[in-house]
Design a protein around this ligand. Structure first.
Ligand code: NAD
Length: 476
């Protein structure tokens, strides 16, 4: 099946093609071969986008909430209608199985629907004052926004930022990931077709460092939202400091999974194995460090290994594929280095452990057992299809292990003991804790990290607040 996306920039309400611009080769990770050329924004394009965002912001901010809401609902409807086509493009660019791509498009649509409703209920408040006096607290849109999103969930992560920012009344310039651009264009098309005024949303592909310096360096941009790695997040935070620009950072994670001997082990294994290999482990909340209570550790390793060997790896366009290739050539290289380091330091490779022989950017689904704490993979996010495991004695040790890293995005625990579940929820240092569940990324719930995993929530009413400023008006 051929690649069908028509790759363009979307600036000032019009689609821009190559026309002498530099370009970036988009590659299919199944084969490693080029499938399309993506035009990259010039400095003049970025200046035009900034001017446009500045000009369109007051008009969009003043647009009635009902009208904003209707446009966002229509966008959601169009995304759902176009889900098959968008999903095909995503799988060709990113590698994930087609069912995961399609689910992601529906997830993106759910964010537009949710924020379309939430903005209607965004109330300020009136404070208690003597008769004749009035003090009110207002929520106002922050101003033009710049978003930077990665290649692992290209449409969902873009929708998370754009739906909330547009609902709040902000104009938006987005830089999606160059590696997976085609499906992100679908957001621009849907918003345009849904009647969003021209220039309120713009899409600028480009060299990441050039685009972020240019946009964040401009006084037009009043809010930055980034999802990606911790080093890049720290760099963008420094850029944002120059203009004291608000910033939300959703950075990496290294999610611990605490498995207690009172859990239903077979049911737990049936949940954790597919979750580990979803999107080939390239998920910021992917379950990664498995700490298993000593009495059930051997049974866990046996059950995990058996299930992992059955995960069908291949081209994501094939219906029976359960795990595709990694998204780009950097990932298998990084994962291989981490696995080799762990093996050299004494970890046991229970299954997988190498790239396999199918070419492209594949890495086999892998389980490492008895991994020493000093192995790099116990300390740095693998962002690939590798689970690492160790045993623990009691709850205190499990909590200490869960909290030992500078990451604090997601954490999971499996136990049938209700009191233990309560205590774990309190004791774990993470932005999201899933107990007997992995369902933590939902439109109505805040999603974000603590410690070096970042700050500022996306999703939920907190996600709307990150695109607002608060004003108190006092009248005597
Ligand atoms: P990277 O740090 O080079 O890039 C991550 C993302 O940031 C990409 O989309 C890239 O386009 C963007 N980026 C890079 N430099 C930028 C800049 N100066 N300005 C603006 N955007 C910039 O890493 P990578 O090789 O793509 O991925 C490796 C690591 O990134 C992973 O191991 C993982 O830790 C992290 N990551 C996290 C998430 C997440 O969901 N939190 C997503 C993707 C990658």
């Amino acid at each position: 099946m051929g690649y069908e996306a028509d790759l363009k920039l979307f600036i000032n309400g019009s689609w821009r093609t190559g026309e002498g611009r530099d370009s970036f080769a988009v590659v299919n990770p199944v084969t490693g071969s080029e499938i399309a050329e993506l035009p990259l924004a010039t400095e003049a394009d970025l200046d035009e986008a900034l001017e446009t965002a500045k000009r369109t912001y007051p008009e969009w901010r003043a647009t009635e909430v009902d009208k904003r809401s209707a446009i966002l609902h229509k966008t959601a409807k169009l995304l759902k209608e176009r889900a098959d086509e968008i999903a095909r493009t995503m799988t060709q660019e990113q590698g994930k199985p087609i069912a995961e791509s399609k689910g992601e498009v529906f997830g993106a649509a759910s964010l537009f629907d949710w924020y379309a409703e939430e903005i209607k209920r965004d109330y300020g408040r009136v404070l208690v004052r003597p008769p004749g006096q009035l003090s009110r607290v207002m929520h106002e849109p922050v101003g033009p926004v710049a978003t930077f999103t990665p290649w692992n969930f290209p449409i969902y992560l873009l929708a998370k930022k754009v739906a909330a920012a547009l609902a709040a009344g902000c104009s938006v310039i987005s830089k999606p990931p160059e590696e997976t651009p085609g499906n992100t264009l679908a957001i621009a098309r849907a918003l345009d077709d849904a009647g969003l005024p021209k220039g309120v949303f713009q899409l600028v592909h480009g060299v990441p460092d050039v685009v972020s310096r240019h946009l964040i360096g401009s006084k037009v941009i009043r809010k930055v939202s980034f999802t990606g790695s911790i080093p890049v997040g720290k760099h963008l935070m420094k850029l944002a400091a120059d203009n004291v620009t608000k910033i939300t950072l959703e950075l990496g994670g290294h999610a611990p999974v605490l498995i207690f001997d009172d859990c239903d082990l077979q049911k737990t294994l049936d949940m954790v194995v597919p979750q580990k290999f979803r999107n080939a482990g390239q998920v910021c909340v992917s379950p990664t460090r498995f700490y298993v209570q000593e009495g059930i550790y051997d049974a866990f390793i046996t059950g995990f290994t058996e299930r992992t060997r059955k995960v069908k790896v291949g081209d994501g366009l094939l219906e029976d594929t359960r795990m595709g290739p990694l998204a780009n050539t950097r990932r298998p290289e990084a994962v291989e280095a981490l696995v080799n380091d762990a093996r050299d330091k004494g970890a046991k490779v229970m299954t997988g452990g190498s790239r396999g022989d199918s070419g492209g950017f594949f890495f086999q689904p892998t389980l490492l057992a008895d991994v020493p704490l000093e192995a790099d993979i116990m300390n740095n996010e693998p962002f690939g299809p590798v689970a690492v495991s160790r045993s623990f004695k009691d709850m205190d040790e499990a909590i200490e292990q869960a909290n030992r890293l500078p990451y604090g995005l997601a954490a999971f625990a499996f136990t049938e003991n209700g009191r233990r579940a309560n205590l774990l929820g309190d004791a774990i240092e993470a932005g999201m804790v899933g107990i007997n569940t992995f369902a933590i990324s939902i439109a109505d719930a805040p999603f974000g990290g603590v410690k070096e995993s970042g700050f500022g929530s996306e999703g939920g009413k907190e996600g709307l607040e990150t695109y607002q400023v608060v004003k108190a008006i006092h009248q005597a």
